[in-house]
Design a binder for this molecule. Sequence first.
Ligand SMILES: [Zn+2]
Length: 448
Amino acid sequence: MLSVNGHQVLLDCGLFQGRRKESFERNAHLPFDPRQVDALILSHAHMDHAGNIPTAIKAGLRGSVHTTHATRDLCAAMLPDSGHIQEQDAAFVNKRHAAQGEPPVQPLYTADEGAAALKCFCSYSYGLPFQVVPGVQVTFYDAGHILGSAIVVLDIEEQGRKLRLAYTGDLGRPGLPILRDPQLVPDVDVLITESTYGDRLHEPLDEALEKLKAAVRETCDRKGKLFIPAFAVGRVQTIVYDLHRLMDGGSIPRLPVFVDSPLAVNVTEAFRMHPECYDDDVRRFIVNDPHGGAFGFDLLTYVHSVEESKALNDRPGSYIVIAASGDADTGRILHHLRHGIEDARNTVLFVSWQPPDTLGRRLVEGQKQVRIFGEEHQVRAQVQEIQGYSAHADRGDLLNYIGGLRGRLRRVFIVHGEEGPGAALAEGIRALGVTDVVRPDPGQAFDI
Ligand SMILES: [Zn+2]
């Protein structure tokens, strides 16, 4: 939250994601008064940045939500979906409460309230400055993290003093498929940076592509099925694009591909609508592709209904299914795994980091027996993992980026990361010659 010339400007308003009870408490009680917020600036559509906007609006958010065109359109699909999940969660808790004679809980917000939040959005192009409150001009720079993601640049003027503040949101990786690379911002005085992977390096992207190739080939040779658990936003579109390129290039066999996720269908539509966010490779690919699209091809089917999804289980021969969730803990992927995990010809290919206490984590750790929908299953399918698809800058990318900002940069605030990565990144930034590096505590205030 920035206070400038007596106005309040909020950067992002995400959901805290953790254990149910703690999450609900933290998300329901905002640590500020939304009625005093004159502008909310949204860096990108991931739920840990955008997911609590409906709560702020319900509590009387005074100003508008300012973001890029693509982020607005992703939110149009994702906020109602998030509301739907909140409703399901509340219904689950209320079943238990009813049995124990406790009063029912209300969802944080509903699907309808998620959709209604869009009324408060104003959207902008990259690179075009606009004023949000007197003395604060905002320009969105490309963050290269997910479709529509922005580095928020604020040109601030207060009592004759001028300052350029940049907030990374989540910083992407150079070379990610589909998206342009993170854009350097000139003349930054103060930076607020994320630190998710401040202490780690990712596997290179071309290694990820090699592993995908190998998984498809080997599964096809065994006449098996390839299950790819993936989150609906970003990762699904990246995998579809890579499979499409590899099949067109003849380096993997041409197999039917099914994207089994209703949210992914809507999100892919937002990808199609925003060619202004693409990098040159995907633009060239679309021009040369006979079907004229990067996210659809003759072998690809988007599965809508539950019936179609279930019918896939009985389909003979090799095919590829991409379904949420990415950690295989919820969503339609579970139905596919229940049917396919005991068949040694099949492969389960994880393409994102697996959080603790999820089915995905148990599988990548090599457990040979797992529970799915309350039933024990023997793991006979191959389990493989690709780490290289991460859409986050790693330590090297973060330090490269921040190194590129040097010049006027005199102060860095480190946010959005656990303690270890944050501290490691702070060390690295000091070694670049920026001495004023701060890792603020929640609620702490600074005069800049
Ligand atoms: Zn993100």
